[in-house]
Design a protein around this ligand. Structure first.
Ligand code: SAH
Length: 193
C-alpha cells in the first residue's frame, strides 16, 4: 500500500465525513479547490459556506464554482472564519482549513492564531456528532510556527470524551511540509455558561 499524501488524506477525511445534504465549511477559501470539492460532496440538497478575507480569493473561488456550474451550492463570504457562527446556524458535517498565505498572493495576509482558534471553537459547537474539522497546517512561512504551536496547544487540551484529535504527519520530509490535524466530534459538548 501507499501512505496517502497530506492533501490527499485531507480529501479522504472530507469524503468520509460528508454525506449528501450536509452543510460544509471551507474556512479558508483561497483559490477555491476545497470549496469546489465540498460542493461536489454535499449535492444539491446540501450547502457550502466558504470564507476568505481577500477579494482575490473570493473571486477565484466564485469563478471556480461558476466554471463547474455549482455556484448554487455555495455562499462565498468575504469575511473572517472567526465569524462563522454569524452565518452558519445549522449542524455542520465537516470543515476544512488551509492555514498560511495564499500562494501567488500577498504573503503578509496569513491566518492568525487567535482567529484560527476562535473559528475552531465556534465550529466545534456547530459540528454534528461524527462531524470533522480538518486543519492543514502550513508552518514554513513567517508566523507559521507561532500559529502551529498555538493550534497544537489548543487542540491538545480539548476533552477526549467529546473530541478525538488526530495528527497525520510525515516526519522525515524536508522544508517544513504541511501536516494534518483532524478533530472528530464524538459527543455533544457541555453547554458553557
Ligand atoms: N498555505 C496554503 C494555502 C492557504 S490559503 C497552500 O499553500 O496551499 C489561506 C487563505 O486564508 C488565504 O486566502 C487568506 O486570505 C485566508 N485568510 C486569512 N485570514 C483569514 C480569516 N481570518 N478568515 C478566513 N480566511 C482567512
Amino acid at each position: 500500500m501507499k501512505l496517502e499524501r497530506v492533501l490527499q488524506y485531507a480529501q479522504t477525511l472530507l469524503k468520509a465525513s460528508i454525506q449528501e445534504g450536509d452543510i460544509a465549511v471551507d474556512a479558508t477559501a483561497g483559490n477555491g479547490h476545497d470549496t469546489l470539492f465540498l460542493a461536489n460532496l454535499v449535492g444539491d440538497s446540501g450547502y457550502v459556506y466558504a470564507f476568505d478575507v481577500q477579494k482575490q480569493a473570493v473571486d477565484a473561488t466564485l469563478n471556480r464554482l461558476l466554471d463547474n456550474a455549482l455556484e448554487h451550492r455555495a455562499l462565498v463570504l468575504k469575511d473572517g472564519h472567526e465569524n462563522v457562527a454569524k452565518y452558519v446556524t445549522k449542524p455542520v458535517g465537516a470543515a476544512i482549513f488551509n492555514l498560511g498565505y495564499l500562494p501567488g498572493s500577498d504573503h503578509s495576509v496569513i491566518t492568525k492564531p487567535n482567529t484560527t482558534t476562535q473559528a475552531i471553537e465556534s465550529l466545534l459547537t456547530l459540528l454534528k456528532i461524527g462531524g470533522m474539522i480538518i486543519l492543514v497546517i502550513y508552518h514554513g512561512h513567517e508566523g507559521g510556527k507561532e500559529e502551529r504551536d498555538e493550534v497544537i496547544q489548543f487542540v491538545s487540551n480539548l476533552p477526549q470524551k467529546y473530541i478525538h484529535v488526530l495528527r497525520y504527519e510525515f516526519l522525515n520530509q524536508k522544508n517544513d511540509p504541511p501536516f494534518i490535524i483532524a478533530l472528530e466530534k464524538v459527543k455533544e459538548l457541555p453547554v458553557s455558561e
